[in-house]
Every structure is written in structure tokens, then in C-alpha cells.
Design a protein around this ligand. Structure first.
Ligand SMILES: Cc1cc2nc3c(=O)[nH]c(=O)nc-3n(C[C@H](O)[C@H](O)[C@H](O)COP(=O)(O)OP(=O)(O)OC[C@H]3O[C@@H](n4cnc5c(N)ncnc54)[C@H](O)[C@@H]3O)c2cc1C
Length: 493
């Protein structure tokens, strides 16, 4: 048995049942049961790396947590990768000894999706190169965050077409999920705007893929929840950026009119960005609707006045309408000040058992009413919000981003923020998330898999439907030992 360098108990002594027994960073050896069982000395040399391997308690504990603060799986080793070769070498080693591994971008998943009990976490933070920007595209490292990508491309008057609401998420993390935002009705998800990828597969091969070059791998990685490969870099399509945008918040008094106007705007494309929120009234019933619409100005769009932009919309004339002109980056980065305040007040580190569902458009009124009624009297918490907005199916081309079979599916995201002192409430919320998912699934909906919904292997089969066989085949081909991203619980060992 090998003593761990940080003095923590050897995993074998804990009877943890993992293949990894211990890692000795100074001696650069990784000790595994499999190594010993294979008649080796039990000491496995770890390759020379550009980055570093960490086993200190602080790093392990950080990577045994995420934005949800609900699941805590402690890894054995953390790779702070600095090159594709680092990732490839370590994944090959994981294959030799059947050690599970997952990439971690910003750790903003909410239910352990990037965690690996007793395995290897691959931190991508240092893989954050951006550029050069040329010919309407840019290649960025998987660890780059979207705010940095936007800042760099805007120096050239260009922008990725679609952004998540919050910009401090990694490119690799959102491309693994999908990447939805208010521009998606026009441009599809972030995954629909990727031209090429460099990845390390689950067997440790470094591969460049695109819609024409190893397309099966390309399509298994985008929206693929880290199951077949680790993204090292992505080549992104760029479009002309506006200098300023006109930003509206329009109040609605009833759900049907709100949804109908959103649908109208998703179709007529007068706004580049369309989202919406639902808020509780004084009695705690979720009956106040706010449509958020943003028109891009020159050079990305024509100059238009408010009358032209709002024509035909049936918002509540007696409610509070706001309209303001914002610099484009300030609009993209609009959550930053609020997040800073939540961080200062400590609420940013509260538990986030988020619910993210995709509802079929033809059932959205009834389904969202049922779900919203279920939340009555419950506060989503400090900084929490209920999002409800339309997508346009024909803009969504990425097979593994599973959306309902409907021309205008809607995203409903309930971003709960709960006090970690009340673990009973957190558990009750994840159970309620599960029930809400079942309701939506029964009506033809899916989950957008970034939230905290307990899922079984059978649920995942249902989520992928007729694509399951293809996804399973890609998993067998590119990660035959089923080592990657076990925290998603998609493929059973
Ligand atoms: C405040 C906040 C706002 C958000 N807003 C939006 C939004 O508007 N729209 C939206 O679509 N989503 C949104 N999300 C969800 C977010 O897009 C996903 O949770 C995303 O996966 C987080 O990125 P990350 O870098 O933190 O990934 P992590 O949490 O580190 O990882 C998430 C999953 O992706 C895998 N992964 C990470 N990097 C790679 C890689 N390089 N290669 C392969 N797999 C990888 C991990 O293994 C894990 O399975 C939001 C999340 C938060 C916390």
C-alpha cells in the first residue's frame, strides 16, 4: 500500500472499490489495483506532461463540487492540462488501468456532471487560447470562457452568433451541452455554429473532426455530454457584431398572449434575441410574464425605431415597459454586475438544483401552466429566475441536442437558489425536478441536460430515442471502456 502524499487515507484502505489506489506526484507514479493484478510492481510511471497532476486536498475538494453543490464525488487525481498531448497521455493511461475520467471547464454543471469518483478530472482552464480571428472564424481552446471569446472577436467587429446568458462558462462545457440563448431562434444553439473540433477520444487519440472529416465523431461530441471525447479546441463561426442594441422588457398579464407574441417574434425575426421570464405576483402565483427582446443595430442590422420594432405586439400597456440602448458587449455581459453582487452576498455559493426542460410548442401553454402552478408559493431564491422562451427547430441541426419534435419548442429553466443549510429542501427540489421531467416527457418533451434531474440509464435511452443506437455505437467506438464523463450516468459500466 502506498501512502498518499497529502497524508489522506489510501483509497484501497477505504475499500472504495476503485481501480485507482493512489497517486504519488513526487515519484510520478500512479498505483493501481489493476497494475498489481497484472503482475506488475504496482507502480505505474506517469508520462512527462506539459501541465501538472494534483492530489492535494484543496484541488480534489474543488473538483468534488460544482455550481449545484449537491453532488460531491472526490477524484483521485486532477490533471491541469496544458496541451492536447497531456490529455491524450493521461487518457491512454486511464485506458490501461480502467480509470474513469472527465473534463472540467468552469465546473458550472449543477449535478455532478463533471465529477469522477476516484478517477481523473481533466481541468481545461489552461487550454484557453483564442485566435487568430480570420475569414469569419476563430479557433478557441476548450477552456476559454465566452466572455474572453467575445472580447477578442469584437476587436475585429465580429461575434459568435449565440451566447449563453452567463458568459463565464467554458467553450468545452457549453459545446458538450448545447449552448442555448436568446439568439438561438435565429442561429441555432452554440453547437450549431461550430465548424471543426480538435478532440482527444476516449482511447487517447488526438483527432481533428468536422462535418466532413470524421463526421460521426464530430456529431458524437457536440452536445455529447463528454461521452466520446474531450474537446481540446473548437473552430467557431462568426458573424458581424452590432455596435449597439435596443433592449426591451415587455410586461404581459397572461400566459397565452406572452407565448403567442414570443412565437410571433421567433418567426418574424425582427429581434435577434428573444427570451422571457415568469415572476410570482404578490400571492406567490407565477402569473407575471416579461418578454425580453433585443434588436441588433448597425452594422449587424438596420436602424429601426421603437414603433417599428414593437408593432403588433400585445404587451400589457398598463404595465412597466423598459427600453434602453446598450453597447453590444454590455448587453452580452448583462449578468455580470448581478453575479458580482450575489457572490459578495454569498448567495452564488448556495445550492442550485436547477430544472431545465424543453417543452413541445403545441403543448407549451398547458404544460408550463401546470409546472408554474406547482411552484406557487415557492420562492426561487436570491438570484433565481424562471426562464421561458422559444427555439426554432429548423435552426437546430446538432443531433445529440435533443429537442421535442415540434417546430417551436420552448425552453423552461427554473434556476432555484436554495440555502445549503436546508438539505431537506434541496433533496425535495431534486425529487420535484424529477417529477416535472416526467410530466414533460410524457407530453413529448426532453430535458436540457445541464440541470439537477436524477436520470436512469433507461431515461437516457428515452431522451435519445431513435438516436440511441448511434450514440451507443459512437461510445463503443470512441470510448470502449466507458471511462469518460461517468457523472452524466448515461452509459452504465
Ligand atoms: C450561471 C449559469 C448560467 C447558465 N446559463 C446558460 C445558458 O444561458 N444557456 C445554456 O445553454 N446553458 C447555461 N448554463 C449551463 C451551462 O451551459 C452548462 O452547465 C455547461 O456545461 C457549463 O460549462 P462548464 O465549463 O462549467 O462545464 P463543466 O461543469 O465543467 O462540465 C459540464 C459537462 O461538460 C463536460 N465537459 C466540460 N468540458 C469539456 C470538454 N472540453 N470536452 C468534453 N466535455 C467537457 C464535463 O465533463 C461535464 O460532463 C448556465 C450555467 C450556469 C451555472
Amino acid at each position: 500500500m502506498v501512502e498518499r502524499s497529502d497524508g489522506r487515507t489510501d483509497l484501497a484502505a477505504q475499500g472504495a472499490g476503485a481501480d485507482v489506489v493512489a497517486f504519488e506526484p513526487e515519484a510520478r507514479v500512479w498505483v493501481t489495483r489493476a497494475g498489481a493484478a497484472a503482475g506488475r510492481t504496482g507502480l505505474v510511471p506517469v508520462p512527462r506532461l506539459d501541465g501538472s497532476l494534483r492530489t492535494d486536498t484543496g484541488t480534489l475538494d474543488d473538483d468534488a463540487d460544482d455550481f449545484g453543490h449537491i453532488v460531491h464525488e472526490v477524484p483521485a487525481v486532477v490533471l491541469q492540462a496544458e496541451s492536447a498531448d497531456d490529455v491524450a497521455e493521461m487518457i491512454k493511461l486511464c485506458n490501461d488501468y480502467r480509470v474513469k475520467a472527465a473534463a472540467r471547464g468552469q465546473g458550472h454543471a449543477t449535478y455532478g456532471q463533471a465529477q469522477v469518483a476516484e478517477g481523473l478530472v481533466i481541468e481545461t482552464g489552461a487550454l484557453d487560447g483564442i485566435g487568430p480571428v480570420a475569414a469569419g472564424q476563430v479557433t478557441v481552446g476548450a477552456g476559454a470562457v465566452w466572455s474572453a471569446v467575445a472580447r477578442e472577436t469584437l476587436r475585429h467587429g465580429l461575434t459568435p452568433p449565440v451566447f449563453t446568458d452567463y458568459l463565464e462558462l467554458s467553450v468545452g462545457g457549453t459545446l458538450s451541452a448545447g449552448g442555448l440563448g436568446g439568439q438561438a431562434h435565429l442561429y441555432g444553439a452554440q453547437v450549431d455554429n461550430v465548424l471543426a473540433l480538435e478532440v482527444v477520444t476516449g482511447t487517447g487519440e488526438v483527432v481533428s473532426c468536422s462535418p466532413t472529416r470524421q463526421p460521426d465523431l464530430f456529431h458524437a461530441v457536440l452536445g455529447g455530454l463528454g461521452q466520446c471525447a474531450v474537446i481540446i479546441s473548437a473552430t467557431l463561426r462568426l458573424v458581424t457584431a452590432p455596435e449597439n442594441v435596443r433592449h426591451f422588457l415587455l410586461p404581459y398579464a397572461d400566459l397565452e398572449t406572452f407565448l403567442a407574441d414570443q412565437r410571433l417574434l421567433a418567426g418574424d425575426q425582427r429581434f435577434t434575441y428573444v427570451e422571457g421570464t415568469v415572476e410570482p405576483d404578490e400571492r406567490g402565483a407565477y402569473t407575471k410574464y416579461v418578454l425580453e427582446a433585443v434588436a441588433y443595430g448597425p452594422p449587424a442590422g438596420p436602424a429601426r425605431d421603437d414603433g417599428e420594432l414593437l408593432r403588433g405586439l400585445r404587451y400589457d400597456r398598463s404595465g412597466q415597459l423598459t427600453a434602453q440602448t446598450l453597447g453590444y458587449f454590455d448587453f452580452l455581459n448583462r449578468l455580470a454586475d448581478g453575479v458580482a453582487a450575489l457572490q459578495q452576498e454569498g448567495f452564488w455559493s448556495w445550492c442550485h438544483p436547477w430544472l431545465n426542460l424543453l417543452l413541445p410548442g403545441d403543448r407549451v401553454a398547458g404544460l408550463s401552466r401546470t409546472l408554474l402552478d406547482g411552484f406557487a408559493g415557492q420562492d426561487v431564491g436570491p438570484g433565481g429566475v424562471v426562464l421561458l422562451y422559444p427555439l426554432v427547430h429548423r435552426r437546430l441541426h446538432t443531433p445529440l441536442l435533443r429537442v421535442p419534435d415540434d417546430p417551436v419548442p420552448y425552453l423552461m429553466a427554473v434556476l432555484w437558489t436554495l440555502d445549503p443549510a436546508d438539505q431537506a429542501a434541496v433533496s425535495a427540489r431534486t425529487a420535484a425536478n424529477r417529477a416535472a421531467y416526467e410530466t414533460v416527457r410524457a407530453a413529448g418533451g426532453t430535458q436540457y441536460p445541464v440541470g439537477s434531474v436524477p436520470m436512469t440509464a433507461a431515461d437516457w435511452r428515452g431522451q435519445y430515442g431513435k438516436l440511441w443506437e448511434e450514440f451507443d455505437a459512437a461510445k463503443r467506438r470512441y470510448d470502449p471502456h466507458r471511462l469518460l464523463a461517468p457523472g452524466q450516468h448515461i452509459f452504465t459500466p
